[in-house]
Design a binder for this molecule. Structure first.
Ligand SMILES: CN1c2c(nc(N)[nH]c2=O)NC[C@@H]1CNc1ccc(C(=O)N[C@@H](CCC(=O)N[C@@H](CCC(=O)N[C@@H](CCC(=O)O)C(=O)O)C(=O)O)C(=O)O)cc1
Ligand code: HCS
Ligand code: ZN
Length: 755
C-alpha cells in the first residue's frame, strides 16, 4: 500500500518558487553563457548557487516540504520534454546543454520550438513537439541530481514534473504527423516512461513527487478525462514509486475532480484562491486523501486574509485525511521579496506580500491550523463570480471601408506596406543610462539627449532600409507596461520586483492599487520629435488597456472590467492628444488580449465582449483619417481572430513566423475584414531569417489574404535584438517585399491568387 510506504506529507509547502534569483543571478549567467562570456561550467555553478540558496532560504523561513526540480535553465515544460527524451532530432547537438538551448532559442540553421503563454499568465513555455514516431526514454538525470544535491545539504525535497496529461495536451503534433494525430494519442508510451522516472526517484529515496496538471482546470472532453483516469490509475498502482501529489492550479478541477479523486494518488492540490468549488464538495470528493490546500495566492501580490484562509483550511480538515497549507500555484509568478522595496508607500507596503512574505504566510497558517481545534464539517461560504455587463463603448468612427479610403488618400502607402511593431534594440548603453538616471547620477537633460539620439538612429535605419511606416523605437521605455504605469496615477512600480517572462527575460509588473488617472500626456513629446526627423509616417505607440491591466498586479476590490475602464479612458485621452499633434498612425498594442481569457469556455464570450469594448473605448475617439493599428503576439491569435476583428482596428499585426504560419490556417483569417500583418520573422530568436523563409511566409500570406490588405512586419518588437541582427533581418524583409511587389505589379487590382 502506498500509504504505508509513504511518509505523511509535511504540514506546509509551496508549489514552486522564483528561480531567476533575487538579483536575477540566473538571467545574468544565462546571458553571459549565450554571449560566449562564460563557460557551461560557470553557468552550472550559478544554477547550483540559485538552487542552494532557494532550498536553504525556504527552510529558514520555516517551510516544511521543499520542492525541487522547479529550477530551470529555460522552462519547466521543456525540462519535462527532455526528461522524456522528446527531443526532435534536428536539435541534437554536441552537448545536452547545446541541444536544450537549441530547442529554446534556435541554432544558426534551425528555428526554435514554438513558445506560447502558460495558461493565463505572462510566463511563456516552450511547446514540445510529439509525433507518432517520437521515441520516449526516461532521462531522470536533472530531477534525480537536484534531489541529490538538496540531500547533500541535509534537505529532503519533492521533485516536480509537469504531469503526463498536461504535458501531452500542451504539446503540438510534430511536423509530418498524419492529420488527426494528437500528442495525447501517445499517452500509453509516455506513462510507461513516467513510471520509470518515478521509479528512479523512488530509488533515490524521494518520498513524494509532484505532478503538475494545470490543464485540468480548463474544460476537458470525455476522452481527455479518460486520459486522466488512465494516467493516474496506471501511475498510482505502480509499486516502485514515491507518494504521488497531483497539483492543479489556476482554477477549479471541475469535472476532473471526481476523476482524479477516484485514482490511487495520495495527494491532490487544489487552488482555493481562484477555485469556486465549495469546500464541502472538495472534502467529500477528496476524503481519504491528503489535500494540498492552495490558500495563499501565487498570482497576486496582496496579503492573504488570514481569518478567511484559516476558516477554509479548518472546514477542509473536517472532511479529508490530511490538509497541507500551500500556495495556489507556483510562486514563479510573483517577485522574490519585499525586503528591498524601500521606495514604496508604507500604507501600500502593508498590503503587499511577494514570494518570501507568502511563504511566511503559508508557514503561519500551518501553525495556526495545527493549533486550532477541529471543527465539525460545515460549508464554507461559497463565492459566486456573477455575470458582468459589457462596458459602454463610445462609437465615433465610420465603418471600416470609409475609414480605409480616407486613410489611403491621406497616407498614400504602397502595396504591402512594410513596418515594425514598435521597439528597436534596447542597447546596453541605453539601459545603463536609465539605471544611472534612476540612481540620480545622470541629469534628466543628458538622459533625454540619449533618447533623442536613439530615436534618430532608429528613424535613419528605417529610412535607409526603405520601410514605409516608421516607428520611433521606444527607447524612452523600460517596458511597454511599466513605462505607462510610471506615468499614470493609481500605479506603483518596484525597484527589484522582477518576474520571469520567458528564458532569461523578466518584467517588473506594476502594482495597480488605486483609481487610474492620466495627469498629463505621456508619449506626445517623443512622437513629435520622431515626426520632425522624417517625411514618412511615424506610428504613435501605446499599450492598450487590457494589456496594461493584464501585465500589472491589480487591485481586487473593484471588478476587473471597471479597473480596465479607468485605464481605457487614460489611453483614449492619449490617442486624442497624439492625433491632435498630427500623428496619423497610432498603434495600440494588445498582446495580452488572449491571456486574460477565462480558462473555462462558459466565461469566455463575456470576457471577450468587455475586453473588446475596453479597446474600442480607448481607440474610438480617433478620426477616420487616423489609422489605428493593434498588435498581438503569443496570443494564439488564431483562436480569437473573431474578437480581434471586433477590435475594429484598421490594421492588426500578429505573431506568425514563430508558429510557422499557423494563424493563416484559421478559416476566420480569410474573412478578416481589415488590414492584417502576419509576422514574417521570429524576433525572439537571435537567428537572422533567410531571404527564402521570409518570402515563403509572405507568399503563404498572399495565398490567404487579398494583397491590398496585407502588411509586412516582424512577429513582435525588436527590443531584445541587436542592431546588427535587426538591420540584417529588416533588409531581408524589405527585399522580399520588393520582389513580391514586382510580381503583383502587372495586376495591381487583382487579388493574391496569382502569387
Ligand atoms: C512583449 N512582451 C512583454 C510582456 N510583458 C511585459 N511586461 N512587457 C513585454 O514587453 N509579455 C510578453 C512579451 C514577452 N516578454 C518580454 C518580457 C521582457 C522582455 C525584456 O526584454 N525584459 C528585460 C527587462 C526590461 C526592463 O525592464 N528594462 C529596464 C531595466 C533594465 C535593467 O535590467 N537594468 C539593470 C541595470 C543596467 C545597467 O546598469 O547597465 C538593472 O536594473 O539591474 C530598463 O531598460 O530600464 C530583461 O532584460 O529581462 C522582453 C520580452
Ligand atoms: N510595441 C511593443 C509591442 C510588444 S508586444 C514592442 O514593439 O516592443
Ligand atoms: Zn509583441
Amino acid at each position: 500500500m502506498p500509504a504505508e510506504r509513504t511518509s505523511p506529507f509535511p504540514a506546509s509547502t509551496v508549489l514552486g518558487y522564483p528561480r531567476i534569483g533575487p538579483d536575477r543571478e540566473l538571467k545574468r549567467a544565462l546571458e553571459r553563457y549565450w554571449d560566449g562570456h562564460a563557460t557551461a561550467g560557470e553557468l552550472r555553478q550559478e544554477g547550483a548557487r540559485v538552487r542552494e540558496r532557494t532550498w536553504r532560504h525556504l527552510r529558514s523561513l520555516g517551510l516544511d516540504a521543499l520542492p525541487s526540480n522547479t529550477f530551470s535553465y529555460y522552462d519547466q515544460v521543456l525540462d519535462t520534454a527532455v526528461a522524456l527524451d522528446a527531443v526532435p532530432e534536428r536539435y541534437r547537438g554536441p552537448s545536452p546543454l547545446d541541444t536544450y538551448f537549441a530547442m529554446a532559442r534556435g541554432a544558426p540553421d534551425v528555428a526554435p520550438l514554438r513558445m506560447t503563454k502558460w495558461f493565463d499568465t505572462n510566463y511563456h513555455y516552450i511547446v514540445p513537439e510529439i509525433g507518432p514516431d517520437t521515441v520516449f526514454r526516461p532521462v531522470p538525470d536533472k530531477a534525480v541530481a537536484e534531489a541529490r544535491e538538496a540531500r547533500a545539504l541535509g534537505l529532503d525535497t519533492r521533485p516536480v514534473l509537469i504531469g503526463p496529461v498536461t504535458f501531452l495536451l500542451l504539446a503540438q503534433a510534430a511536423p509530418g504527423a498524419p492529420k488527426g494525430f494528437h500528442p495525447l494519442d501517445r499517452l500509453g508510451d509516455v506513462l510507461d516512461v513516467y513510471g520509470r522516472l518515478l521509479a528512479a526517484l523512488a530509488a533515490e529515496g524521494v518520498s513524494w513527487a509532484q505532478l503538475d496538471e494545470p490543464a485540468l482546470v480548463a474544460d476537458r472532453t470525455g476522452a481527455e478525462l479518460d486520459a486522466v483516469r488512465q494516467a493516474y490509475e496506471h501511475l498510482g498502482t505502480l509499486t516502485a514509486r514515491p507518494g504521488l501529489f497531483v497539483a492543479s492550479y489556476f482554477g477549479d478541477l471541475g469535472e476532473a475532480l471526481p476523476v482524479i479523486a477516484r485514482t490511487p494518488v495520495e495527494a491532490v492540490g487544489v487552488d482555493l484562491v481562484r477555485g469556486r468549488t465549495p469546500v464541502r464538495t472538495l472534502g467529500e470528493e477528496l476524503a481519504g486523501k491528503t489535500v494540498v490546500a492552495g490558500v495563499v495566492s501565487g498570482r497576486d501580490v496582496w496579503r492573504t486574509g488570514r481569518d478567511r484562509a484559516l476558516a477554509t483550511l479548518r472546514a477542509l480538515r473536517a472532511h479529508v485525511d490530511r490538509v497541507v497549507v500551500s500556495t495556489s500555484c507556483s510562486l514563479l509568478h510573483v517577485p522574490h521579496s519585499l525586503e528591498r522595496e524601500t521606495g514604496l508607500d508604507p500604507a501600500l507596503l502593508r498590503r503587499l506580500a511577494f514570494a518570501d512574505e507568502k511563504v511566511a504566510e503559508v508557514v503561519e497558517l500551518a501553525r495556526l491550523l495545527k493549533a486550532a481545534p477541529r471543527v465539525e464539517p460545515f460549508p464554507a461560504p461559497d463565492v459566486h463570480g456573477g455575470t458582468e455587463a459589457g462596458l459602454p463603448v463610445w462609437e465615433t468612427r465610420s465603418p471600416y471601408p470609409v475609414r480605409a479610403a480616407a486613410q489611403a488618400e491621406h497616407l498614400g502607402l504602397p502595396a504591402l506596406p512594410v513596418t515594425t511593431i514598435g521597439s528597436f534594440p534596447q542597447t546596453d548603453e541605453l539601459r545603463a543610462a536609465r539605471a544611472a538616471l534612476a540612481r540620480g547620477e545622470l541629469p534628466v537633460p543628458d538622459y533625454e539627449d540619449r533618447v533623442r539620439a536613439e530615436i534618430e538612429r532608429a528613424v535613419r535605419v528605417q529610412e535607409r532600409l526603405g520601410l514605409d511606416v516608421l516607428v520611433h523605437g521606444e527607447p524612452e521605455r523600460n517596458d511597454m507596461v511599466q513605462y505607462f504605469a510610471e506615468h499614470l496615477d493609481g500605479f506603483a512600480v518596484t525597484r527589484h520586483g522582477w518576474v520571469q517572462s520567458y528564458g532569461s527575460r523578466c518584467t517588473r509588473p506594476p502594482i495597480l492599487h488605486g483609481d487610474v488617472h492620466r495627469p498629463a500626456p505621456i508619449t506626445v513629446r517623443w512622437a513629435r520629435y520622431a515626426r520632425s526627423l522624417t517625411d514618412r509616417p511615424v506610428k504613435g505607440m501605446l499599450t492598450g488597456p487590457v494589456t496594461i491591466v493584464a501585465w500589472s498586479f491589480r487591485r481586487d476590490d473593484l471588478p476587473l472590467r471597471e479597473v480596465m475602464l479607468q485605464v481605457a479612458d487614460a489611453v483614449r485621452a492619449e490617442v486624442l492628444d497624439l492625433e491632435a499633434a498630427g500623428v496619423s498612425v497610432i498603434q495600440v498594442d494588445e498582446p495580452a488580449l488572449r491571456e486574460l481569457m477565462p480558462l473555462r469556455r462558459a466565461a469566455q464570450d463575456a470576457y471577450l465582449a468587455w475586453a473588446v469594448a475596453a479597446y474600442r473605448r480607448a481607440t474610438s475617439g480617433a478620426g477616420d483619417r487616423t489609422q489605428i493599428h493593434t498588435h498581438l503576439c503569443y496570443s494564439d491569435a488564431d483562436q480569437i481572430i473573431a474578437a480581434v476583428d471586433a477590435l475594429d482596428a484598421d490594421v492588426t499585426t500578429v505573431e506568425s513566423a514563430r508558429s510557422h504560419g499557423r494563424v493563416l490556417r484559421e478559416p476566420a483569417v480569410r474573412d478578416f475584414g481589415r488590414g492584417l500583418g502576419p509576422g514574417v520573422y521570429d524576433i525572439h530568436s537571435p537567428r537572422v531569417p533567410a531571404a527564402g523563409e521570409v518570402e515563403e511566409l509572405l507568399e503563404a500570406v498572399l495565398r490567404v489574404l487579398p494583397a491590398e490588405r496585407v502588411w509586412v512586419n516582424p512577429d513582435c518588437g525588436l527590443k531584445t535584438r541587436t542592431y546588427e541582427q535587426v538591420e540584417a533581418a529588416l533588409a531581408t524583409m524589405v527585399a522580399a517585399t520588393g520582389r513580391l511587389r514586382a510580381r503583383l505589379a502587372p495586376q495591381p487590382s487583382s487579388s493574391s491568387s496569382s502569387v
